[in-house]
Ligand binder design. Sequence first.
Ligand code: 5GP
Length: 195
Amino acid sequence: MTGASGVGKDTIRHAALPDIENLFFSISATTRTKREGEVHGKQYYFHSKEDFEEMLANDGLLEHAEYVGDYYGTPSKPVLEALARGQDVLLELELVGARKVKEKMPEAIMIFIAPPTLSELERRLRSRGTDSEEKIQKRLSRAREEIKAVKEFNYVVVNDLLTRAVRDFKSIIYAERVKSKYIEPQDIARFLKEL
Ligand code: 5GP
């Protein structure tokens, strides 16, 4: 899932995940400083630039990107292990990272979380009170770039009303899971026998 910082991705995810079985959320690594209340290993793995670069050099990241002066990346191992266990994996990525994942894993489903308006996004970023004016402007400019790329995504969820956004997000996952391409050959054979 991709969407500007401040658009409510975390809130949607927290509300939706308890209702979706077998979905593994990948915790990203980042070099940005912790916000109040954030815990290492919960929202992110917080690392120094040196540690992050070492992870990169050791091929430990599935993708990574720079965002408003910091690095963000997806640790490969937990994602590959979850996939091997048969779980679906949810990644929260900005646009550059989302494109890289799509390139590596074309079967990935891209979901864009959009704010109702850019001015509402700006209001949400300011009310969070964690970023300098300069960073807010940079985040807004990235948000504009991401919105321009909305057609690259399979789905768009507008977070105007949280309950509706959560419903839409869950519907996407449920619908993707019952696509006919996932029907096992033995199930098709069983249907055919009854014709
Ligand atoms: P924030 O600083 O607001 O937590 O995140 C900034 C941006 O980085 C958001 O757009 C968020 O989705 C994105 N992001 C978080 N984790 C990752 C990651 O592992 N890889 C990439 N490419 N972007 C990430």
